[in-house]
Design a protein around this ligand. Structure first.
Ligand SMILES: *[C@@H]1O[C@H](CO)[C@@H](O)[C@H](O)[C@H]1NC(C)=O
Ligand SMILES: *[C@@H]1O[C@H](CO)[C@@H](O)[C@H](O)[C@H]1NC(C)=O
Ligand SMILES: *[C@@H]1O[C@H](CO)[C@@H](O)[C@H](O)[C@H]1NC(C)=O
Ligand SMILES: *[C@@H]1O[C@H](CO)[C@@H](O)[C@H](O)[C@H]1NC(C)=O
Length: 403
């Protein structure tokens, strides 16, 4: 009897030891990553609600917000808005790229089932303008002669704009929009502008180690790139320099017309291409603060490691992209040094694995369908929580600054 007990104690201790040892080595996987500077939680943290994402964003934007205020891009009157204890009505005032966008969708579909606030409604009925707490204007669809002429001071005018720079003059300043929804991190609504990183709440269905082995073997030791806008000189120059040291296969009118016509963007040939190389050049057409587009997120989704060239602050990527998921061009003094690192990755499966480890814990979104419900959830969150009156006195500069 005594012997059995002894044995049991031994086995249980061994199991406990193994359990904690595995747990600890898992945590070491992320040791190099600083979770206080990103919006999403660490995988070892059980607080995964969207409120936590939104609150973290608010902590992280404090300095940028001060800059916007100091430059007179926007005015914030703190502690002046009393938050009504009611449901909120949003009015889609303009069309969205010429179409009615959400008019026939249910609130649950627009604001997402996971949203911590479920008290927002959506309408496209212009007769309800005075009733609406928030009026949505999409930049490209704003027509001067159709703008409302008066507004009550508690109504929020929200401008939706996903492109850097204002292509149309300074006219927009006159409308004194209250909030913006865009890719700029200190827009009132910035979550999921082009993509987002969410902590998985399930264990992934894939066998990660098997996936890594397959991808490492299967994928070519190359980078791929799809490019159509040839005017963007910074990225084109960088490509020409990098390809002297590392093989890059390009589809695009500026570099290789033929490859592009046989393999256009968003075709199945393009996705096959993305699934066949280890790297993707996620080079943005414009260098603007926080302007990180679907190229980057698609590269992650299709299993490549993005080589990121865009915003001048690495932080723009770090705070929204999954941990250790990308290579930032600005970290390397020369294209040659960057290429050296690419060779380190292709030669060493362990380094390759580190760049993909996030996939065990995080999920990324990249399509409008993935992102929009989270964007609108943040709108609803803001209606429920913002206690300042805000308005943009120079929205033109807000979108052109740091470009
Ligand atoms: C993590 O990042 C925050 C904010 O950037 C910084 O204050 C802190 O010192 C960093 N911590 C470590 C351990 O690097
Ligand atoms: C639009 O709203 C007005 C005012 O609430 C209402 O009388 C009208 O029936 C609505 N129109 C439609 C098509 O729902
Ligand atoms: C065009 O595609 C071919 C075949 O896939 C490839 O060998 C070639 O390098 C590509 N051209 C460029 C400029 O990448
Ligand atoms: C919206 O902007 C207007 C125009 O400047 C301002 O008077 C009002 O206080 C703002 N409202 C909110 C809710 O921020």
């Amino acid at each position: 009897m005594k012997r059995i007990v002894k044995r049991l104690v031994f086995i249980i201790s061994l199991l406990l030891f193994l359990y904690f040892w595995t747990k600890k080595s898992q945590q070491n996987d992320f040791k190099s990553f600083n979770f206080s500077s990103v919006i999403y939680p660490s995988p070892y943290d059980d607080k995964t609600t969207l409120i936590r994402y939104f609150e973290k964003t608010q902590q992280l934007i404090i300095d940028e917000e001060k800059v916007s205020i100091a430059k007179n891009h926007k005015i914030v009157i703190a502690n002046s808005r009393s938050i009504p204890d009611s449901r909120f009505l949003l009015l889609e005032y303009t069309k969205i790229f010429g179409q009615e966008k959400f008019c026939s969708k249910s609130s649950l579909d627009i604001f997402s089932k996971q949203c911590p606030y479920q008290n927002c409604d959506y309408t496209c009925n212009h007769s309800r303008l005075n009733e609406a707490q928030l009026v949505l204007f999409h930049k490209y669809d704003v027509k001067k002669e159709q703008m409302p002429t008066k507004r009550n001071i508690d109504q929020v005018w929200l401008l939706w704009h996903d492109e850097p720079l204002f292509l149309v003059s300074h006219d927009f300043n006159q409308y004194l929009f209250n909030w913006t929804t865009s890719y700029i991190f200190n827009s009132e609504i910035s979550f999921g502008a082009y993509g987002l990183t969410l902590l998985r709440n399930d264990n992934t269905d894939i066998d990660f180690e098997q996936w890594i082995n397959e991808q490492y073997e299967k994928r070519l030791n190359q980078a791929s790139w799809f490019v159509t806008n040839c005017g963007a000189k910074r990225r084109l120059d960088y490509y020409y320099r990098l390809r002297q040291y590392f093989p890059i296969i390009v589809h695009g009118t500026c570099v290789d017309k033929q490859n592009f016509s046989s393999c256009p963007r968003f075709s199945s040939c393009e996705t096959d291409q993305l699934k066949s190389t280890k790297f993707y050049l996620a080079f943005e057409s414009q260098t603007c603060k926080d302007y990180i587009t679907e190229k980057f997120w698609r590269a992650l989704k299709y299993g490549t490691i993005p080589i990121a060239l865009g915003p001048l602050m690495k932080q723009s990527y770090e705070r929204i992209a999954p941990p250790n998921s990308f290579i930032y061009v600005g970290d390397y003094e020369t294209p040659q040094l960057l290429a050296q690192h690419l060779y380190e990755i292709v030669k060493n499966k362990n380094i390759f694995r580190k760049y993909h480890l996030w996939r065990k814990y995080y999920w990324t979104g990249y399509s409008a369908q993935d992102n929009e419900q989270y964007r609108f959830c943040e709108v609803c969150y803001k209606l429920n929580t913002v206690n300042s009156h805000i308005y943009y006195t120079n929205i033109h500069e807000f979108f052109s600054d740091q470009c």
